[in-house]
Design a protein around this ligand. Sequence first.
Ligand SMILES: [Zn+2]
Ligand SMILES: [Zn+2]
Length: 342
Amino acid sequence: MKAIQIRNIRDIQVVDVPEPVLRENCAEIDVRAMGICGSDVHAYAGKSPNVTYPVVIGHEIGGVVTKIAENSENVNHIKVGDHVVLNPYLYCGECYPCSQGRTNCCTSLKCLGCQTDGAMTERFVHPANLMIKVPEGLDWETCAVIEPAVIALHAIHTLELKAGEHIVINGAGCIGMLIAIIAIAKGGIPIMVDVVDDRLELSKTFGVKYTVNSMTQDAVSLIREITGGRMAECVSEVSGNTVGIRNTLDFVASTGRIALTGWPNKEVTLPTAMITRKELTIRGSRTGVSSEFAEVMDMVSRGQINIRQIISKTVRFDEIPQAVQELCEHPERDLKVIGLNL
Ligand SMILES: [Zn+2]
Ligand SMILES: [Zn+2]
């Protein structure tokens, strides 16, 4: 069968791989929807420290269940023919974070397409307990965006955002846009901060009222004005940019909360006296847990959030390698590209 493989840095191709083998407690899917993630593009560019080549990419996945391993546990929530999305984070279930239910922080976490081969293939075998059933009638495009929306929801949970609170979102990429969409659904007031005007304009089409270009505008005084002088109760950092991370301390209200989702590629220096003076809560926020997949699915099926609207382009399976190359060379062109194999 066919798979999308990064064979080496800047070498991505459609290759032939063996059919997957059905294992205990697993199910097989026909893969239908595949989101291309920034991390896939990073792996292609050779900027991902966790990847060893060659690797089949793909962790934002929806498909149809075709086989379920017999005499298995945790398989009763799905049946052959069901549409599912994958929770792509394989955890051990035994380490300290796993014992606390924080499986996203498992000390031996393996993500599909990173530490182990991913699911941009025709068929894929995955633990059944990491398959989340898709409600009847939900389109494949939306299925490809469930996983990034889980990362966004996890950031909002980490921040404990309440209705009526402001949330500065540092970085108008995919995850930033999804955080804005979910924040609005929860009654929050997003303030989108970026240095690219086109992206800020785009965020307005998703319902964001306040945008700030931190390169050309005085972000601190604008945020002070928007928040009636208090600054933002919540700040979500998704850019991973050194300056962006430093800025969160200026954008947040005294006693406010900051969630760090973006990954900086080097150590960042911060004036910790500000953290003490403002008595800030600063928390890391990475990926998400299975219950958050269910929650996103529920919000989507109730019509509380439209996450499909962040998709800027859809390509066929065979066109995915070229789409990854284009995203690497022109990151500004597309917000979200997904592959469909229908
Ligand atoms: Zn991703
Ligand atoms: Zn673990």
